[in-house]
Write a protein that binds this ligand. Structure first.
Ligand code: MRU
Length: 366
């Protein structure tokens, strides 16, 4: 997608063929900066400190990280060590395990001397496939937006509410929840996006708004708690969100606050869709609420707020009194019964085991 008119992906092999470049998402929307990853430790750190974030991108970054590890030491021992170190960089997005397991399955049977080249090739393949997958799911999701436009008699733009950032910055390209919006917008279907700011890290206000601005998609940033009000007043035609992990039964783990939007959507008869590449399905998990670990992040993310001052300086200020207890759960689980449908690269299905298996037969889990 575009930044200042230039096409970018979020991650790519460096010009030297031995390093990896990523967009440093911590600096956005104030500054556009790149970060070079030179070894597996750099890749794990970039995932952990959220230089790169979003489930599909975390997976791609893990794959490139393992390739960097193989460039340094292609031994069996290092394959296992690097796989383990990258796997624990962040706990929720299952794409990380998916990509690392795929890399290991490709590399383990090879002789050590063959691994470096094969590892970079496989990481590039994973990234390319993710871009293609997200573009395809965007096409399927765009059809839902076009249907909503027909339903309202083409009388006004389709109002879509989204939470967090599930755009191209969260993937390799296109994104998940925003891909349908980009496809619809490019096809001439008028869309307006309600962008939840998504405290505490404000991925909506900082990243989703930044992306939509770059693509020229009309949007409005709103505080996280306004969605219910907007839905009560007919201001939302459909919700589309991303997911960091989806169970085989269609439960969806996504950025904290998603569940409350789904409840409000259910109460108001607003369709609630979740967009995902199939690499985000954890076929081993059936009960999202009980089985998916929810990442708890630093209390500082809640206690302090950072932003750009009128003079252009970046400042961080405290918004919680010293002495108050603070907790910071980063994700929540939306039960499948609140999800209207899953938008995948193979089409839209019910949020259920039968629905997922109708599109991805043979995925019986471990
Ligand atoms: O903590 P983050 O920023 O890595 O959160 C992940 C997300 O971007 C969202 O949960 C997103 O909606 C799903 S990933 C496409």
């Amino acid at each position: 997608m575009r930044i200042d008119g230039r096409a970018f992906r979020t991650i790519w092999l460096g010009a030297d063929g031995a390093s990896v470049e990523v967009i440093d998402q911590r600096a956005l929307p104030h500054r556009f900066a790149l970060r070079t990853l030179r070894d597996a430790g750099d890749a794990a750190a970039a995932i952990a400190d959220m230089t790169v974030r979003g489930a599909p991108l975390i997976g791609a970054a893990g794959a490139y990280g393992l390739a960097l590890a193989m460039a340094a030491d292609p031994s069996d021992a290092n394959l296992s060590t690097a796989h383990g170190a990258l796997l624990v960089a962040r706990p929720t997005a299952v794409n990380l395990r998916w990509a690392l397991d795929r890399m290991r399955a490709r590399l383990a049977p090879l002789k050590a001397g063959e691994r470096r080249g094969a590892a970079f090739a496989e990481a590039v393949r994973i990234a390319d496939e993710d871009a293609g997958t997200c573009e395809r799911l965007g096409e399927h999701g765009a059809a839902l937006i076009a249907e909503a436009w027909e339903r309202n008699g083409r009388s006004r733009p389709v109002d879509v509410l989204t939470h967090c950032n599930a755009g191209w910055l969260a993937a390799v390209d296109w994104g998940t929840a925003l891909a349908p919006i980009y496809k619809a917008h490019r096809a001439g279907v008028p869309v307006h996006v309600w962008v939840d700011e998504t405290r505490p890290r404000n991925q909506g206000a900082s990243l989703t708004a930044y992306e939509l601005l770059g693509e020229g998609v009309p949007h409005t940033v709103v505080v996280d708690n306004v969605g219910g009000h907007l839905m009560q007043h007919g201001r939302v035609d459909l919700c589309i969100v991303g997911t960091d992990r989806t169970t085989r039964t269609g439960d969806v783990c996504n950025k904290v606050g998603t569940y409350l939007k789904a409840l409000a959507a259910h109460d108001n008869g607003v369709p609630f869709y979740v967009a995902l590449p199939s690499s985000t399905v954890d076929w081993r998990v059936s009960d999202g609420v009980r089985e998916i670990p929810i990442e708890e992040r630093s209390a500082d993310e809640v206690t302090f707020v950072s932003g750009e001052t009128a003079s252009g300086a970046i400042e961080t200020v405290r918004v919680v009194p010293r002495g108050s207890a603070v907790s910071n759960y980063a994700f929540d689980v939306t039960p499948a019964r609140l999800v209207t449908g899953l938008i995948t690269e193979r089409g839209v299905c019910a949020a259920s085991e039968a629905g997922l298996l109708s599109l991805f037969p043979g995925e019986e889990g471990d």
